[in-house]
Design a protein around this ligand. Structure first.
Ligand SMILES: Cc1cc2nc3c(=O)[nH]c(=O)nc-3n(C[C@H](O)[C@H](O)[C@H](O)COP(=O)(O)OP(=O)(O)OC[C@H]3O[C@@H](n4cnc5c(N)ncnc54)[C@H](O)[C@@H]3O)c2cc1C
Length: 447
């Protein structure tokens, strides 16, 4: 076997470009996996060089491009020689893995109706494919699902692997995992992503087991390192740390990502691509399961918290179930939904489907209003990608303020009703109807 000499690429140290920080609310600090960042009185980061591992997370998350990587002259020299060399010389690649190429996204659907998470993953997959300089492809399996190929193209895929046959009409682990494994073994993608939904979790585990490859579930961040490996970041140890996991020795590198974690890809219906039609011989009689009937869950709360554009969320600071009505009033005025922290669920004030966070829903609304929520990491991982975060808390040191766009230090029982009142006033001045939004069900799910 040919021996490849390892050349360690310097990672550098994050450093602040003077005058560029906009004091966004310590996003860099909350994203640092090593606690290497403290904030000064002006809300600017102070980086402890000895703690920085050069992961670049702070550089990437900074909305003002105020952080960059610093390399010593020696490190810069190594970097320069590495970029001069051919990638094969500079990188260590496991033999046999090089033939795996391309980023694949599994397109989840129910009887042809796609799950939005698939398009979010195409958006993320496009970034990975661009970095790796490889193709972005979709995998569509079902019956009469060819329309999902064109939709895949419009969300960025350049190729779709399609298996369309009656045996795939309903999702079953056995049929779908055999379909995907067949395609993977034949076409060898290096990365395979699925939604962390009921279907995706079931399927990804089966596929990874059959292919004897690594799978990282519920990723909140994906990136490519300098060797071309997929960096899969997810909360670990009860959400107390963010772990970055790599699949170094097997392919494909598999991850699942929850809905609303990644940004939805931009749709361009004019995009076109290639369809690779495949078939696999699976006979109904050899399958251990049959779908007799599909019964929709009509009992549950019809709430789509994860898809809500505005969420007013309450925590232990709401002090009781009855007080959530003030959040509902505000949500109604804004056309939003009411969410909560786990503390509120555990207290029996709110149903579990309203919980936001690591063990609840991941949300990405345009506005998230956190009322009486401290901002524990397990809550933050479920809402910190919201476009705009307003936090109301009487404790000025509450961690929620570190991710908030606007922080209000004060009593929720004074501030929330005042906000509702003010919105009503503004609406009546404009002559609008007091309830112009389509609010989701109330906390009890009964409205
Ligand atoms: C494995 C694991 C998974 C978890 N998953 C989740 C999850 O998915 N989601 C989640 O939320 N948590 C989760 N948790 C729990 C999490 O660690 C916290 O315990 C929880 O988020 C705290 O909820 P809270 O902020 O409502 O309560 P607290 O931390 O008690 O905060 C209450 C806040 O209200 C403020 N306050 C009190 N009264 C008022 C007032 N009148 N006006 C204004 N502010 C006021 C206080 O200053 C305080 O900051 C998880 C924990 C573990 C170990």
């Amino acid at each position: 076997m040919e021996e490849v000499k390892k050349v360690k690429k310097p990672r550098g140290i994050a450093h602040l470009i003077p005058g560029k920080c906009i004091a966004c609310g310590a996003r860099c600090q909350s994203d640092c996996p090593e606690d290497a960042i403290e904030m000064n009185d002006k809300g600017e980061p102070i980086i402890t060089a000895v703690k920085c591992i050069g992961c670049k997370r702070c550089v990437k998350i900074c909305p003002a491009q105020a952080l960059e990587m610093y390399f010593t002259p020696e490190e810069q020299k190594i970097l320069d020689t590495m970029t001069d060399k051919a990638p094969e010389e500079a990188e260590v690649v496991e033999p046999g893995l090089k033939e795996y190429r391309g980023v694949w996204i599994f397109i989840e659907h129910t009887e042809g109706k796609p799950a939005t998470v698939s398009w979010e993953l195409l958006g993320e997959g496009a970034k990975l494919a661009k970095t790796l300089n490889v193709e972005l492809c979709s995998v569509v399996i079902g019956e009469n699902v060819e329309h999902l190929c064109q939709e895949s193209f419009s969300y960025g895929a350049s190729k779709v692997y399609l298996i369309d046959a009656p045996v795939f009409h309903h999702y079953r682990t056995e049929t779908f995992f055999r379909g995907i494994c067949y395609l993977v073994e034949k076409y060898k993608p290096e990365i395979l992503l699925m939604g962390a939904t009921g279907m995706g979790r079931d399927l990804a585990g089966a596929v990874a087991t059959k292919l004897q490859t690594g799978l990282t579930a519920d990723c909140t961040g994906l990136d490519i390192d300098e060797k071309g490996y997929l960096l899969q970041t997810r909360p670990a140890f009860g959400g107390n740390i963010m772990a970055t996991i790599m699949t170094e020795k097997t392919r494909p590198q598999m991850s699942t990502v929850r809905p609303h974690v990644m940004e939805l890809a931009k749709k361009d219906p004019s995009r076109i691509g290639a369809i690779v039609r495949e078939s696999i011989d699976i006979r109904e009689e050899e399958l251990p399961t049959r779908v007799i009937e599909v019964i929709e869950d009509a009992s549950g709360d019809q709430l789509d918290l994860a898809g809500a554009e505005i969420i007013v969320s309450g925590g232990r600071g709401m002090c009781g179930m009855e007080n959530f009505s003030i959040l509902q009033e505000l949500a109604d005025e804004l056309g939003g939904s009411v969410g909560c922290s786990r503390a509120a669920v555990e207290a029996g004030w709110m149903p579990p489907e309203r919980q936001v966070g690591q063990t609840g829903k991941t949300v990405r609304p345009k506005i998230y209003i956190a009322c009486g929520i401290s901002g524990a990491i397990q809550h933050l991982v479920g809402m910190q990608s919201s476009d705009l975060i307003i936090a109301i808390n009487q404790d000025r040191n509450a961690p929620i303020f570190e991710v908030a766009t606007y922080g209000i230090v004060g009593d929720v029982f004074q501030i929330v009703p005042a906000m509702t009142e003010r919105i009503r006033e503004l609406k009546s001045k404009k002559g609008g109807s007091p309830k112009n939004g389509s609010s989701n069900n109330g906390p009890s799910g009964k409205e």
